[in-house]
Write a protein that binds this ligand. Structure first.
Ligand code: DX5
Ligand code: ZN
Length: 222
C-alpha cells in the first residue's frame, strides 16, 4: 500500500493567522499541506500566490502539495517552485503542453502531479502516468471549499488504482469522516481536507481517526 498522506487544505484556514494555522496543522500530524492556487479564469475564484507558498515553506517542514487551478500553468511553475511548492500539480484540462510542463517540473527536482475535474474521464491521464508522481482526483467542481462530495468520481479512481497499484492517488473536495472511508475503499492514499480538518474541534484526533480508517478500508472495493 502506498504511504498515507493527510493534507489539510489551507484555503479553509483562518487567513488572519495563516502561518500559525500551517504550524497547527503540522503539529496535529498532517503529512503535508495542500495549497490551492486559483487564477479567477480556470476557476471563478482568486485565492493565493507564490508569496503564500513562501510563507508556508518558512513556517513548516512538511511538503506543500500545491494545486494550480490555472489556465496557463506553464507561465507560473517557475515562481511556485522558487517559493517552495513540492509536489506541484497542474490540471489535465489546462491550456498547455501537459507533458512538457510535467517534465519541466520534474527536471527542476520537484514532484509533478496531474489533476482531473469530476467530469473529466480518467483515460485523459493515462498518457502521462510515467510523467507524474501523483494523480489528484477532484471530488468537487474546483474553485471553492465547503462543497459536497461527488461520488461519481469513485469508479474513475478504482480504474486508475487497478492500472497503477503503486502510484500516489489523491482526492480533493468534500472529504470528511464518511467520504474518507469510501475514497480509501476505492484506492485513494492521499487525502485533501479543508473544511473538515480546519473546522474540527480537535484536528489531531480527526487526523488520527482518518489514518486508522484508511488503513482498514484501503482498496477494499477496487
Ligand atoms: C477546491 C480546492 C480544494 C478545497 C477543499 O477547488 O481544490 O482543495 O480547498 O476544500 P473542502 O475540503 O472544504 O472541500
Ligand atoms: Zn485543491
Amino acid at each position: 500500500m502506498p504511504k498515507i498522506f493527510i493534507m489539510p487544505s489551507i484555503l479553509a484556514a483562518d487567513m488572519g493567522r495563516l502561518a500559525e494555522e500551517c504550524r497547527r496543522a503540522e503539529a496535529a500530524g498532517a503529512d503535508a499541506l495542500h495549497v490551492d492556487i486559483m487564477d479567477g479564469h480556470f476557476v471563478p475564484n482568486l485565492s493565493m500566490g507564490p508569496d503564500v507558498v513562501k510563507m508556508a515553506r518558512a513556517a513548516v517542514k512538511i511538503p506543500l502539495d500545491t494545486h494550480l487551478m490555472v489556465t496557463h500553468p506553464q507561465h507560473l511553475t517557475g515562481a511556485f517552485i522558487k517559493a517552495g511548492a513540492n509536489p506541484l500539480l497542474i490540471h489535465v484540462e489546462a491550456q498547455c503542453d501537459v507533458r512538457a510542463v510535467l517534465q519541466d517540473i520534474r527536471q527542476q527536482g520537484v514532484k509533478p502531479g496531474l489533476t482531473l475535474n469530476p467530469e473529466t474521464p480518467v483515460e485523459s491521464v493515462f498518457p502521462y502516468l510515467a510523467d507524474v508522481d501523483e494523480v489528484l482526483f477532484m471530488s468537487v467542481h474546483p474553485g471553492f471549499g465547503g462543497q459536497s462530495f461527488i461520488p461519481q468520481v469513485l469508479p474513475k479512481i478504482a480504474a486508475l488504482r487497478r492500472r497503477a497499484p503503486d502510484l500516489d492517488l489523491s482526492i480533493d473536495g468534500g472529504i470528511n469522516r464518511a467520504t474518507t472511508i469510501t475514497a480509501a475503499e476505492h484506492g485513494v492514499n492521499m487525502f485533501v481536507a479543508g473544511t473538515y480538518l480546519f473546522g474540527a474541534a480537535d484536528m489531531k484526533a480527526e487526523i488520527a481517526h482518518m489514518r486508522a480508517v484508511i488503513q482498514n478500508s484501503y482498496s477494499k472495493k477496487i
